[in-house]
Design a binder for this molecule. Structure first.
Ligand SMILES: Cc1cc2nc3c(=O)[nH]c(=O)nc-3n(C[C@H](O)[C@H](O)[C@H](O)COP(=O)(O)O)c2cc1C
Length: 354
């Protein structure tokens, strides 16, 4: 099948994405843990909310830009960390990091993603980048990795804390499949031992913003805030870890209320288009992470395409004022591959679930 390079709507690139990766990689990207209840709840929590548009406000100069982590961004959106991206796109972590830099949004590089933090830093340049860590060694190992990341200009450090033990991803298990980064993994026991005392120690040692990814209750959010964590990243790992969890958008309001502005809030889980992002911002998030949407766009570029420099996220904005909010923004996300024309992104749920 000829490679498609122009996409008008998002579901147009779901098909090429699927055709460009193996069935194993497709399930790795799209699947969740066990019954996939958490995965589905992420989306249900977003779909259950309706917007109440207000009219006759001057929106001529409305802007979708955002400030978080001390930086200005074009959108309150970032590319969430994806491990084993090398199974989806040849340049692995380089592609999304460069695309994010080019577009002006944040990118979070996974410690389980090739070609590593140094190569990604070299390729993406000065644009602020975030490094996400799975703990695979003792305190010395952690400190050394954190120092390397900060030394290479990463503007914030994120620890993923919802993966003490990897979830039962049954689509992968039934095929006896492991993505590339998992095949070589060692030292997982250190993640199982990782605890609040480690966060306290790390907080005392570093000056850059500290993010905890995988917080799902107000209790843990407050405990992290008490320790000086800068960003509470609400996530259930895209439904890939604990099954029967709440949807991220369901827990966002109570965590935002408990924190009452003490930290910034990131959230991810099921966000696929601009109106989804508006809902998260209206409920108290500072920024929204994109996981599978990023993977789909990268896959649509094709593993074979050496010209696939990456995914470029573009947006057009409109604005409405929602009750209690001044000019809350409605974003239409536009997703394009480098050689394509501008393409609007709109993805029906039935096309993303499987
Ligand atoms: C293929 C894949 C790999 C992932 N790898 C990581 C990872 O290395 N580190 C991490 O913290 N989260 C990882 N996640 C979770 C994402 O960062 C994010 O929390 C999740 O994908 C958000 O949900 P969404 O895919 O519905 O947007 C991964 C998710 C997917 C789909």
């Amino acid at each position: 099948m000829a490679k498609k390079t122009s996409f008008e709507v998002l579901h147009e690139f779901v098909e090429p994405a699927r055709n460009n990766v193996t069935p194993e990689t497709w399930d790795y990207l799209m699947g969740g843990a066990e019954t996939e209840t958490s995965l589905n709840r992420n989306r249900m929590a977003i779909d259950a909310l309706a917007l109440r548009p207000r009219v006759l406000r001057d929106v001529e100069h409305a802007s979708a830009s955002a400030k978080f982590l001390g930086h200005d961004w074009r959108l309150p959106v970032f590319l969430a960390p994806i491990g084993s991206l090398q199974d989806i796109t040849k340049q692995a972590g380089v592609d999304p990091a460069c695309a994010a830099a080019q577009f002006g949004i944040a990118h979070m590089l996974s410690s389980a993603c090739a070609p590593g933090l140094e190569a990604v830093a070299a390729a993406a340049g000065d644009h602020p980048r975030i490094f996400q860590i799975y703990v695979r060694g003792d305190a010395g190992w952690v400190d050394e990795l954190v120092a390397r990341a900060i030394g290479h200009g990463y503007a914030a450090i994120c620890f993923t804390v919802d993966l003490d033990i990897i979830g039962r991803r049954e689509r992968d298990m039934v095929k006896r499949y492991k993505p590339t980064a998992r095949r070589a993994v060692t030292g997982e026991v250190h993640q199982t031992r990782f605890a609040w005392a480690d966060i306290e120690r790390i907080r005392a040692n570093i000056d850059v913003p500290l993010i905890l990814k995988g917080i799902a209750t107000p209790e843990d959010a407050l405990r992290a805030a008490d320790l000086g964590v800068d960003v509470i990243y609400i996530s259930n790992h895209g439904g890939r870890q604990l099954d029967h969890a709440q949807g991220s958008t369901d827990v966002l309001p109570e965590i935002a209320a408990a924190l009452a502005g003490r930290t910034e809030i990131f959230v991810d889980g099921g966000y696929m288009r601009g109106s989804d992002i508006v809902k998260a911002i209206a409920l108290g998030a500072n920024a929204v992470g994109l996981g599978r949407l990023q993977g789909l766009a990268a896959a649509a570029g094709g593993l074979a395409g050496s010209s696939t420099a990456g995914v470029t996220l573009r947006c057009s904005t409109a604005s409405v004022g929602l009750p209690g909010k001044e000019a809350t923004r409605v974003f239409a996300l536009w997703v394009a591959l480098p050689s394509s024309s501008a393409a609007s992104a709109a993805i029906p749920r039935r096309l993303i679930a499987r």
